[in-house]
Design a protein around this ligand. Structure first.
Ligand code: NAD
Length: 281
């Protein structure tokens, strides 16, 4: 079984991106800039943002974190986004989710200009992805996609089952696999027989949030299994896939932690660089 080492793949991707940033700097005499807006002091968000900033600096991007207390007014955030939209030195804008209840998430997402939407959440990017046009793609599914392609470069005709239909993970993952000519089944909480669906799959991507939902006897021999889930349990951090069981049948599997997570952040950097490149065209 191939253990898909997300840390290693993310380090390789960061190395490529570092090289690319250095070439862009020579060509344009400037580097891509990423601005992250962080509202409140929730510990997980603080950690994510710190990691994002560290990785951005590592590859040579210009990065900035703007912090607000969780009492900040929605208008202050929307005005700041508009200001960043109009600032040529900023290539990518990310507002760290979740947001306090009094701030309308969709309004925030739609205020970020699509060309700087490094999360790929703006409806324009969602539409472009589903139409097969160039767009920013949400970082986690993009990371999953790159990992799958490392294992199996030609996905044409493969059967893929995506477990979970969130806008963040399941839906964009489905679009990426469709673009690769997979036959994709998207499953969710109302799917009648999830085990039977999974057993058909050459590729399974689980993004649910239920510890070890996907069992060993749900997986076809030699399937590629990508585990997006991050679940805190009394036994520590586990994914949505029963790792020990599935590792006995799968051809390749991502661990949790150390699988999808590190690739997500590397893909944010990739998206920032891609936004910069598109803005120079
Ligand atoms: P979500 O709660 O938005 O969506 C979960 C999806 O799972 C829903 O579409 C729901 O229909 C489906 N679902 C629920 N119960 C099910 C069941 N019994 N069978 C089949 N489908 C079921 O979650 P999300 O934001 O997509 O996140 C999913 C998981 O991925 C979480 O554990 C989250 O922490 C993790 N995550 C990891 C990363 C990363 O970088 N590794 C990034 C984002 C999210």
């Amino acid at each position: 079984m191939i253990l898909i080492d997300g840390k290693k793949l993310a380090a390789e991707l960061r190395e490529e991106l570092k090289q690319e940033v250095s070439e862009l700097k020579t060509k344009y005499n400037k580097v891509p800039g990423l601005t992250v807006i962080l509202i409140g002091d929730m510990a997980p968000s603080q950690i994510y943002v710190r990691n994002k900033e560290k990785s951005a600096n590592e590859v040579g991007l210009k990065s900035e974190v703007i912090k607000y207390p969780d009492t900040v007014e929605e208008k202050t955030i929307l005005d700041k986004i508009e200001e960043l939209n109009n600032n040529d030195s900023i290539s990518g804008i990310l507002v760290q989710l979740p947001l306090p209840k009094h701030i309308d998430k969709q309004k925030v997402i739609e205020t970020i200009t699509p060309s700087k939407d490094v999360d790929g959440f703006h409806p324009m990017n969602v539409g472009n992805l589903s139409s097969g046009y160039e767009s920013s793609v949400p970082c986690t599914p993009l990371g999953c996609y790159l990992m799958i392609k490392k294992i199996e470069p030609n996905l044409s005709g493969k059967k893929a089952v995506v477990v979970g239909r969130s806008n963040l993970n399941g839906k964009p993952m489905t679009q990426l696999l469709l673009k690769e000519n997979c036959t994709v089944t998207i499953t969710h909480s109302r799917t009648k027989d999830l085990k039977a669906e999974c057993l058909e799959a050459d590729i399974i991507v689980a993004a649910v949030g239920i510890p070890e939902l996907v069992k060993g006897d749900w997986v076809k021999k030699d399937a590629i299994v990508i585990d997006v889930g991050i679940n805190k349990t009394e036994n520590g951090l586990v994914g949505d896939v029963a790792f020990d069981e599935v590792s006995k049948v799968a051809k390749a599997l991502t661990p949790v932690p150390g699988g999808v997570g590190p690739m997500t952040i590397a893909c944010l950097l990739k998206n920032t660089i891609d936004c910069f490149k598109r803005s120079q065209k």
